[in-house]
Design a binder for this molecule. Structure first.
Ligand code: C5P
Length: 397
């Protein structure tokens, strides 16, 4: 199992770090907590040490720790570094490369993958300075989880809440656990399932986008069914207004290029199910300022977007089972069969979208494989998702 260095920042969500340690330990991971001065106002080293069954590190200047385990060694002894919760201040320091305490020094000294789970007041999260720092950290290769949206401890509403500890753990590329993050076994326990869902938005200018009518419902239903079957699930979601299914690690993206990057970062996976309706083109040289009406209609130039499914089909880390969707209005099976071969997918789920499938509650799918076609009964998107997950469980077992 994996060794996790857990850095606990100073926010009200710090109490959830204790719960996270409990879950990680149940999954068989070792956790070494590092408590910041701010974090110590919310949780005590004693409770963390008891839950982690490990010493808790708090100060860079503790000579005993330096003698026994220097900060360089501490930063590298883990397989993965998780900052949870990551405060606006911690994010700013990381983006600037400041090393003024044990936590920030470890973050600068580590050679291991780093994931941060931000949690803060909604205005602090949305502040341009924080967003600038988050973009910098992502560009530096750090995985920044998106905060959940909801009512906050401070009484305001919006993005800024720390996701559930199970979802945070599910988002970490730790060694596959033998049971799901809930500690419950299932046919997909120990498997990593990657799902894309929803539309992509391709900016024309800062306020206008090219979009499509995908609701994301089918992809979210598949992510939910995979998590219920015990899988570790990464859901890369385009802009949709749907709640994150329990136990699913969600990565929100906007454009096709961002979706491709998030998918590639989430590899390896045992199965990838590409449900998203990815825009085929993006606007080349999108305007950085709002286009003005008076100057005649703008002439848009388009560039082709990456085909994420086809890229995965040729990827050296190709998932063992690669599943695509084919939304067609005519010649449904023929088009799906050609798509399966062209994109080097194992399975294509063909669906006829000439009716109200897009945004609707029901779906009728046809599974096209190398050996033939299965016609599934029409039913709810949840029922279709469960059927697909049953078939995937058989295939991967
Ligand atoms: O070519 P078409 O868009 O019809 O293919 C649909 C399938 O390919 C879906 O599984 C969709 O998620 C995936 N796709 C993709 N990246 C694109 C276009 C489609 O992953 N740029």
């Amino acid at each position: 199992m994996a060794r996790l260095l857990l850095i606990i920042g100073g926010g009200i969500a710090a109490y959830k770090a204790a719960e996270l340690i409990r879950h990680a330990r149940k999954m068989g991971h070792d956790v070494t907590p590092v408590l910041t001065e701010g974090g110590a106002h919310f949780v005590t080293p004693m409770s963390l040490a008891a839950l982690a069954e490990s010493p808790v590190y708090t100060s860079l200047w503790d000579l005993k720790d330096e003698a026994e385990m220097g900060h360089i060694q501490l930063s590298r002894a883990a397989d993965h570094v998780l900052v949870c919760p990551a405060t606006a201040d911690m994010i700013a320091k990381m983006a600037a490369g400041i090393a003024d305490n044990l936590a920030t020094t470890l973050l600068l000294a580590t050679d291991k993958p780093v994931t941060i789970a931000p949690a803060m007041n909604v205005k602090m999260w949305q502040h341009p300075a924080t967003q600038r720092n988050v973009a910098q950290l992502r560009a530096d290769g750090i995985t920044v989880l998106d905060p959940d949206e909801g009512a906050m401890a401070c009484g305001e509403y919006g993005p800024g809440r720390l996701p559930d500890p199970e979802a945070i753990l599910a988002a970490l590329p730790l060694q596959a656990p033998s049971a799901s993050p809930f500690g419950k076994a299932g046919p997909l326990a120990g498997k990593h399932i990657l799902v894309t869902a929803g539309p992509t938005h391709e900016p024309i200018d800062p306020v206008r986008v090219i979009a499509n009518r995908s609701s994301g419902k089918q992809g979210f239903a598949i992510a939910r069914a995979a998590a219920a079957a015990g899988a570790r699930v990464t859901l890369v979601a385009g802009p949709v207004c749907l709640p994150t299914p329990p136990g699913v690690a969600r990565i929100d993206v906007e454009t096709a290029v961002q979706m491709r990057d998030a998918v590639m970062t989430a590899l390896p996976a045992d199965a990838a199910i590409m449900v998203a309706a990815v825009a085929d083109w993006r606007v080349e040289g999108a305007a950085t300022q709002k286009l003005k009406k008076g100057k005649g209609a703008p002439e848009l130039k388009f560039a082709p977007n990456p085909d994420i499914l086809a890229d995965l089909g040729e990827h050296p880390n190709r998932p063992a089972l690669l599943v695509g969707f084919a939304a067609e209005t005519n010649d449904v099976i023929d088009n799906a069969t050609a798509k399966r071969e062209r994109k080097k997918a194992d399975w294509i789920l063909a669906n006829d979208v000439s009716g109200d499938v897009m945004g609707g509650e029901n779906n009728r799918l046809h599974l096209v494989t190398a050996t033939g076609v299965e016609h599934w009964d029409e039913g709810s998107k949840d029922a279709a998702a469960r059927h697909l997950i049953d078939r995937i469980s058989q295939e991967l077992s």
